[in-house]
Design a protein around this ligand. Sequence first.
Ligand SMILES: C=CC1=C(C)c2cc3[nH]c(cc4nc(cc5[nH]c(cc1n2)c(C)c5CCC(=O)O)C(CCC(=O)O)=C4C)c(C)c3C=C
Ligand SMILES: [Fe+2]
Ligand SMILES: [Fe+2]
Length: 349
Amino acid sequence: MIGILLVNLGTPEAPTTPAVRRYLREFLSDPRVVEIPRILWWPILNGPILLTRPARSARAYRSIWLDEGSPLLVHSQNLAAGLQQQYDSRQPGTVLVRLAMRYGQPSVATGLRALRDAGCEKIVVVPLYPQYSATTTAAIFDAVSAELRNWRNLPELVFLRDWHQHPRYIDALARSVRAHWEQNGRPDRLLLSFHGLPARNVALGDPYRAECERTTELLINALGLQPEQWIQTFQSRFGPARWLEPYTSVTLQELGKAGVGRVDCLCPGFVTDCLETLEEIAIGGKEIFLHAGGEQLHYISCLNADTAWIADFRAILDERIPWDDKLLRSPAATATLPLENPPTKEAAP
Ligand SMILES: C=CC1=C(C)c2cc3[nH]c(cc4nc(cc5[nH]c(cc1n2)c(C)c5CCC(=O)O)C(CCC(=O)O)=C4C)c(C)c3C=C
Ligand SMILES: [Fe+2]
Ligand SMILES: [Fe+2]
């Protein structure tokens, strides 16, 4: 059996100050995320940041929290369940899908052990980030290797590094934009907002910005947009350092001031909606744009657990999964696979 471990960032267990503090402490203690030397960073993190930010972020989480929990977790769970369902209907008993979070629960270690205990000899780890960054993708790799250090019998392992230019991903994004435009008409500008990074990370070799730009280029071509019809920006700046520019918030302000009436926002660096898309863009970004003089901001949702997108996602994974004859030994699978040469009378028992 093949195990697929989908891994997303992680999210607080509740929209409360203590739960957000626990989450931020784990997340922001990872040297992959904040590269400042520990001796300098520790007092800043445990002083001003963890004293003030949790209450503010908890308020933001409360504005988007769903009955079932944090949007990031709920959408990721639905995506995992939808993917499992598609594999089950095609090849029952051959693929087991589990969800894990890099920070918080369910942990990467728990997910890997669940796949091993269910008998998976191959494990495909799939970070839910279309574009690679050391701060996100590599941080998941670290968690996988930390867990596997404790295993004697390693599985065959595939690590899906990125899928930022996969035609099925680009097509899924383009379809979601077109569907929005069919319902609501077209905007004056399409704004593509990606999560930001410190500019220094990119200067030191993180390929994230180049991968975002490639996603943008392919999507813009698929939609057939002219240069004056779109703009790419980076959001979620954290701390005083320079991050990738242009900043989403500054751009929305400028567009509003310049008399642009309607902006549609899409976040092609996020697979599932979360605090950064729902609160920062759909609520906060809209406020900024309208205050600056804009008329309408439409937020176009992430792909989340859309059925057609899950079929695309499965096709992306299928290309990377080392399918082989071992798979076919699963009795449930052989029962449903079409036979290339139907048994002749002689061969039949
Ligand atoms: C401090 C540095 C940060 C870096 C570097 C960073 C990179 C990065 N993050 C995502 C995706 C997500 N980030 C989310 C929340 C979030 N991000 C940071 C900081 C950095 N991110 C913080 C402090 C937070 C927490 C919320 C807050 O207090 O503002 C989320 C949403 C989580 C949720 O629960 O909904 C996602 C998703 C990417 C893709 C990325 C680099 C490419
Ligand atoms: Fe982030
Ligand atoms: Fe944010």
